[in-house]
Design a protein around this ligand. Structure first.
Ligand SMILES: [Zn+2]
Length: 477
């Protein structure tokens, strides 16, 4: 078998890799639909970043294609089968508080600082140079290799949606847009609302009427704030005292005040990503648990009782009868990301459900519907992204494990996660880097950076991966 020293190959191109990464990071490729035009549907910055990569590919002798100005590809190699490397060139807005220009790509302490450094422009350059190295070595190939470049990963994935409507799905592939070693299982993700039906009969013996209740804006986040407006003039003093005790006993913070005759209760929880609701303190659920103890009007009573009974102490769907776990990806989780109630239109819960890779969402939805009969709630706005899973025995996994272990000397453990990565838009693909185990995850944060040694190490890993997946090696013959 031909021995190629991949680190040495990268080392000899080190300055180009760093310089191109910096140039690429100078482009502010944030989605800007106000700046959109027919040939730049997501804005000029995003388009410029796509063009940057395609022009580079063309100059280096690759076959390139712009696909609807939403995506593109850079290809080389021979054969009917295709190895895909899925990257994206859009970035999230830079936000405040940077120590240097977020698009300056300044180098300090062996790191390049810029929005997009680790997510996903640094890794895109790493994968690009990996292709370039293999191409320049001129080894015989039995598969084509194609970098697929998306431009809307951070928002709505219109890039891959459009791309795969018109272009070939790779036989196998990887996305350098998450963690090393290899993420081979990603839970399914369903977002939906449970909408309260209007109650036929109202009661007259309530003491507190809930006028509005609001908590959370996103399905995939644990709400850290909740607010209720009550009509409760008679019991105001009592309620205030109970509320103060409640927040103290539960180690929360909050406040209450009277505004225009309404008693307003505000409560602060702790935010967390929806993939593990137990890491946060859901402000909406905490406030619901307080409100349900008051003598409420019937519609509100039903809503808050529902919230506390089925979501009050359980993020695993046990009370709903949809709990499930498998050995590959763990337990089903439910995050109540949005809670909303008004006196006029009743209540809604916005749920983010993450289910194990072997669970069928159709069965789960059916169970839920059955459960909801006679509870006064119906499912609405249902969206689903299926689980993504490549089995451990798959040749793709075996090859990437071998490459990772040879390049790092570390065991290539397979990871299963509750989140979704870009890899799920590939039919048979995994997330493969760029963040090494033990490194802090600074994607989407201020002072985002990539460690230069990691950038180069990733380039070597990707180069060997391309070689093993697409070239005629002795082993395969
Ligand atoms: Zn990304």
């Amino acid at each position: 078998m031909q021995h190629i020293d991949w680190s040495k190959q990268v080392e000899s191109r080190k300055h180009m890799v760093i310089e191109d990464t910096q140039k690429f990071l100078h482009i502010k490729s944030v989605l800007d639909e106000d700046d959109a035009s027919a040939d730049a549907p997501l804005g000029k910055g995003v388009k410029e970043a796509l063009e940057f990569m395609l022009q580079k590919g063309e100059a280096d002798g690759f076959t390139i294609k712009n696909v609807g100005n939403l995506a593109g590809h850079i290809e080389f190699g021979e054969g009917s089968e295709l190895v895909g490397i899925l990257c994206h060139v859009d970035v999230v807005p830079e936000g405040d508080g940077w120590s240097s220009d977020p698009y300056g790509a300044e180098i300090r302490d062996g790191k390049i600082f810029a929005r997009g450094a680790i997510d996903d422009k640094g890794p895109t350059i790493a994968a690009y140079y990996a292709m370039k190295i293999v191409k320049e070595l001129g080894v015989p190939m039995n598969r084509r290799v194609r970098m697929i470049i998306g431009t809307d990963e951070e928002s709505n994935w219109r890039c891959v949606e459009h791309y795969f409507k018109h272009e070939e799905m790779p036989t196998m592939g990887f996305a350098p847009d998450a963690d090393f070693p290899i993420i081979h299982a990603e839970k399914g993700i369903a977002d939906f609302d449970l909408v309260q039906s209007p109650l036929a009969e109202q009661n007259n013996d309530f003491q507190v009427e809930v006028l509005t209740f609001q908590s959370g804006k996103r399905y995939n986040m644990v709400p850290d704030f909740a607010k209720a407006e009550l009509d409760a003039l008679k019991d105001q003093t009592d309620i205030i005292q109970c509320f103060n005790n409640y927040i103290r006993d539960n180690d929360l913070s909050g406040r209450q005040y009277v505004d225009g005759g309404r008693l307003v209760l505000e409560l602060e929880g702790v935010s967390a990503h929806g993939m593990e609701p137990n890491k946060g303190k859901n402000a909406g659920i905490f406030l619901a648990k307080f409100l349900v103890k008051l003598k409420l009007n019937a519609q509100a009573q039903q809503y808050f009782q529902f919230v506390t009974s089925y979501f009050g102490n359980d993020s695993r769907g046990r009370a709903l009868g949809v709990q499930f776990r498998d050995d590959v990806s763990g337990e089903l989780t439910i995050n109540v990301g949005k809670l909303h109630y008004t006196k006029e239109s009743g209540g809604v819960l916005g749920l983010n459900l993450r289910y194990p890779v072997t669970q069928k969402i159709e069965d789960t939805k059916e169970k839920l519907e059955l459960f909801l009969q006679n509870k006064g709630f119906v499912i609405d706005n249902f969206t689903n992204s299926n689980p993504h899973y490549v089995e451990a025995s798959d040749p793709l996994i075996r090859t990437l494990q071998k490459v990772y272990e040879e390049q790092t000397g570390q065991e290539a453990e397979l990871l299963a996660i509750g989140g979704g990565t870009y890899a799920r838009s590939l039919k048979s693909g995994v997330a493969f880097g760029p963040l090494f185990p033990g490194r802090e995850d600074i994607a989407h944060q201020r002072d985002e950076y990539i460690v230069i040694d990691d950038l180069l190490k990733a380039t070597a890993i990707y180069a060997q991966a391309i070689y093993e997946l697409a070239c005629v090696t002795d082993q395969k013959e």
